[in-house]
Design a protein around this ligand. Structure first.
Ligand SMILES: Cc1ncc(C[n+]2csc(CCOP(=O)(O)OP(=O)(O)O)c2C)c(N)n1
Ligand SMILES: [Mg+2]
Length: 355
């Protein structure tokens, strides 16, 4: 089995043979995006425990794979998420306040409180709605990419999914179609080793997930998903190939779900914390910080400053979001039909206490 692609060495330097050579400003933006996702996760899990939001799915340990892949795409490309990629939505410009209003399901929630918490969408940033059913987003992404190919738009799609999703029929449908029609799609499999309580070794008899792409007639590459530069480089290359008519690529990012599956889960019930500790030693933020320290003037002071800046932005966004009222009752009835049919008008009137 080939070793996964790695760029950042243990001493923090970048391997020149595979370094995607991002500018210092780009690397700082990448680190800022990863740290935002980490701090957001910690804060939102806290709010969930305090009963202030209903549900949350953290991405702790997967920030490099999520933010690295999103940043490697061009603004015209589409991003089709799984359910663990707030960092990618923020890369696309989704305002933190809008996102937190969605978690709260309040009047300022762009979805008017109709979706499950943590199931946001950001239309302006070509960021599709989150798909809770495992794997269903894969054929959606392939369909978008096929549309791009037919129109000759020159754009590409990035679709995220987990190791567990590779066992679904939708994975097969999407991968097969993508191979046959050579659609401009990058398949980013976030292999975080677990599908809730099922370890990847019991999910598949394949030695790797990336090799599944070969059966569909295109390349699958394995990268160290804790290494943001490795993910960035592999996705940028795959997206360039897709845009130039070279067809799809699957990128398997080896990560680890350091936290619970969601706020409803307790991993200590089914996995050995010693395993998590091994991966925690390669925390993607720690690895990237070492890289910044080795190659730029990054130090403890700048680290603390960035943490404070992000923490304050989240505090402000939570305060603004919590100040918004609940959605108005009539939003239960609007947006379903262009003109409200009589039976809904009647129900609306009753809900408003007019009858
Ligand atoms: C079709 C379907 N089956 C089962 C579930 C319940 N479920 C939600 S997440 C999940 C595990 C998915 O694991 P993976 O694809 O590895 O993604 P991860 O959660 O690890 O990011 C399961 C079984 C679901 N949402 N949809
Ligand atoms: Mg998984």
């Amino acid at each position: 089995m080939a070793e996964p692609l790695r760029v950042i060495r243990d001493d923090g330097s970048a391997d020149p043979a595979v370094n995607p050579k991002l500018s210092e400003a780009e690397r700082l933006a990448l680190y800022g995006g990863m740290m935002t996702e980490r701090i957001l996760d910690e804060r939102m899990l806290g709010l969930q425990r305090q009963g202030r939001i209903g549900f949350y799915g953290p991405s702790i340990g997967q920030e490099a794979a999520i933010v690295g892949a999103a940043m490697a795409m061009a603004p015209g490309d589409w991003i089709v998420p799984q359910y663990r990629e707030p960092g990618a939505a923020l890369v696309r410009g989704m305002p933190l306040k809008d996102m937190i209003c969605q978690f709260l399901g309040n009047a300022d929630d762009p979805l008017h409180g109709r979706q499950m918490p943590c199931h946001y969408v950001y239309r302006k940033g070509n960021y599709l709605s989150i798909s809770s059913p495992v794997g269903t987003q894969i054929p959606h992404a392939v369909g978008i990419a096929w549309g791009m190919r037919i129109r000759g738009s020159g754009d590409a799609v990035l679709v995220y999914f987990g190791d567990g999703a590779t066992s679904t029929q939708d994975f097969h449908t999407g991968m097969n179609f993508a191979g046959v029609f050579r659609v401009p799609c990058v398949f980013l499999c976030n292999n975080n080793q677990w599908a809730i309580s099922l370890p990847v070794g019991r999910q598949t008899a394949s030695a790797t997930l990336a090799e599944k792409a070969q059966a569909y007639g295109f390349d699958g590459v394995r990268v160290d998903g804790m290494d943001a530069l490795a993910v960035y480089g592999a996705v940028r290359e795959a997206a360039a190939r897709a845009r130039s008519g070279g067809g799809p690529t699957m990128v398997e990012a080896l990560t680890y779900r350091l936290g619970p599956h969601s706020s409803s889960d307790d991993p200590s019930r089914y996995r050995d914390e010693a395993e998590a500790a091994v991966w925690r030693a390669r925390d993607p933020l720690v690895l990237f910080r070492r890289h910044l320290e080795a190659t730029t003037g990054w130090d403890a002071g700048r680290e603390a400053g960035l943490e404070r800046e992000i923490g304050d932005a989240i505090t402000r966004a939570v305060a603004e979001a919590e100040a918004a009222p609940r959605p108005a009752i009539d939003t239960m009835f609007t947006d379903v039909y262009e003109a409200m049919p009589p039976h809904l008008e009647e129900q609306l009137a009753r809900a408003l206490g007019r009858r």
